[in-house]
Write a protein of this length. Structure first.
Length: 238
């Protein structure tokens, strides 16, 4: 709340919980790294109860939040009210974060259809048995779809809600982007046709026939008829 400072308050504290609830005041000429605990505000504006830790040579000053029981208690009271309405504490905390502490708006969010899925609390955490049996493409969908900040492994379940990096960074997947792109393309060609085109490009060969009969030596990788070797390799892994 405003009485505790304008910085983001989590569980009654400003700053980085992994570094003693420290926060850093940057010179206005320097770009902020993590908005939850890096600021251009004055220390008193960011956090009403703080102490100086150290001054760094680059002009950045480190402070420590001393805690705000009022904000923490207010947050706990909000969760308790929503729990009394039959809302799980995990979804209640998500809704309050989304609503910036507004209890009425949080109650509306938490009771919307699909609130549990949107919160990313229950449905996107899997036990090890499920993880071991899930096909890789389904696992990628679960982890990288939707931009939700989720942790798949059970031991990261609680930590997921304290991660302050942008959700797009945490949930992006280069493999998923490639799969999405491939899904928009025409039906894939047969492997032998793809292999021929690859060899024509690599060895600058003008025709399929010459590519089929190409014999080459790739040190440390292959030696002999490149096309036949590629086809045999493909057959052995499919």
């Amino acid at each position: 709340g405003a009485g505790s400072g304008r910085g983001e308050l989590v569980d009654g504290f400003h700053g980085d919980p992994g570094r003693g609830h420290s926060f850093w005041v940057y010179p206005r000429s320097k770009r902020l790294v993590t908005l939850r605990w890096d600021t251009h505000m004055s220390p008193g504006e960011f956090c009403a109860r703080h102490s100086l830790v150290t001054r760094h040579g680059d002009g950045t000053t480190q402070y420590k939040c001393l805690g705000h029981d009022d904000g923490h208690e207010q947050g706990k009271e909000g969760v308790a009210v929503l729990e009394a309405m039959g809302i799980s504490p995990e979804v209640a905390r998500w809704a309050l974060r989304e609503a910036n502490g507004d209890l009425n708006e949080a109650a509306q969010l938490a009771t919307l259809p699909g609130a549990k899925e949107r919160s990313g609390i229950e449905s996107k955490h899997l036990d090890r048995f499920q993880l071991h049996r899930m096909p890789s493409d389904n696992l990628i969908d679960l982890w990288a779809e939707g931009g939700d900040l989720v942790a798949v492994l059970p031991e990261y379940r609680n930590a997921a809600h304290r991660i302050c990096l942008n959700a797009d960074l945490m949930c992006s997947s280069r493999l998923k982007r490639c799969l999405r792109y491939l899904a928009t393309q025409e039906t894939p060609q047969r492997f032998d046709m793809v292999a021929l085109k690859a060899m024509q490009k690599a060895w600058v060969i003008p025709t399929d026939q010459r590519a089929r009969t190409l014999v080459a030596d790739v040190p440390g990788l292959a030696r002999g008829n490149m096309f036949e070797g590629a086809v045999r390799l493909h057959e052995s892994i499919t």
